[in-house]
Design a protein around this ligand. Sequence first.
Ligand code: NDP
Length: 447
Amino acid sequence: MADYDYDLFVIGAGSGGTRAARVSAAHGARVAVAEEFRVGGTCVIRGCVPKKLLIYGAHFAEDLADARRFGWQVPECDFSWPTLRDNVLSEVARLETIYSATLANNDVEIIKARATLLGPNTLKVGERTVTSKLILIATGATPDIPDFPGAELGITSNEAFELPDVPKRIVIGGAGYIANEFAGIFHQFGAHVTLVNRTDQILRGYDEQIRDRLLQISTAKGIDFKFHANFQKAEKQEDGSLLVHISGSDPLHCDMLMFATGRRPNTAGLGLETAGIVLNDRGAIPVDGDSKTVCDSVFAVGDVTDRIQLTPVAIREGQAFADTQFGGKPHRVDYACVPSAVFSNPPLAGVGLTESQAKGKFGAVKVYTSDFRPMKNVLANRNERALYKLIVHAETEKVLGIHMIGPEAPEILQAAAIAVKAGLTKQAFDDTIALHPSMAEELVLMR
Ligand code: NDP
């Protein structure tokens, strides 16, 4: 080991990279991490964390409207985007400091520079050349933007957190996680939102009935959807607004165009070929169950491997890598039953198999649903219904999946996911006494 400058060199200080670096160092490895942008990565700097804070901010729009039904005399309230934006950005800066301090406290050397591979154990870091016994690539992913004339006039979620003001009309390309989350945010800030998607499916991979419910509620709130539509051209108008031409529809006039059309692994210019690494057909770094590439000294975790593009998965991959390589505790990530959520308005969440996946795998399955108007929505006179689904194996009665949309769905699903992961049966749900009155009680009342 002494022949190398480091035992581990990590490229990218995002969720996966920082976990791997910190834990490897705690196991006694000499570790450096190179980050060319900001410590924390997508999740902390321009993803999950600031997004969730914006969602808290956005939800006051409906909460303030509902408050009147609960007896509060709410005067006309003004929303100040610069106040929320700056508070969120300073919280992000605070978290970045904590992330850096945690790495430093664990004796991880942070190098604020771009690192590229020169070979299986050699890297160029800024102007220096360094060697490392192992190299971990944790460079994440970057927004994928459709190619059409004028696409450069659009932004991505990267820029959405720093806008000078909230646009009056926004066109969002895509209908996945980011598109639906920002549709909810901008809509509650008063913008007119149009989602443009190439197919007629929103949130592919989620349960069909749950997705349909989000589409129905979003449409009722006034969010527009253009399906089977491809971007053709975007033009800037004299007044600074944009005219966005799409197939199958009149041009859309808007003040901001945002792309949420998927994210591609960050691999450009990394020098992967010097270690013999060839990308797969999705542009990701292929790895085995130990996150090892074809090169024995080079590993990769997180979005750059495009296994499941979720922060907690990248963190688990970083932890398993560190424990296996430096902690004498080899283990692998179990990708079964990973819960996920979309923080749309209302949010939805799911774990395990969807109804169609379960039918495809097992043939007949039992499906239990609860379609209800949450108590708070009833008094608020808000005509939005929640929907919970339990997908159950026809013979073993094992719960194969839980899918839900409604207030606090992600909070409720995280706890319910333990039951699915543990392989509990529908009977175990039935045996559990309801916690009344709650929305979550619907999970144990489906007969
Ligand atoms: P998604 O994969 O969720 O959605 C991409 C959307 O863009 C789909 O509607 C897709 O349509 C459409 N699309 C893809 N390529 C094109 C194209 N060339 N032209 C037009 N439309 C296109 O990606 P996001 O960008 O929303 O998010 C990226 C990833 O980040 C997610 O997959 C998720 O893993 C992660 N994420 C997770 C969040 C969470 O956990 N809450 C929040 C935000 C992001 P179609 O499906 O019809 O092909």
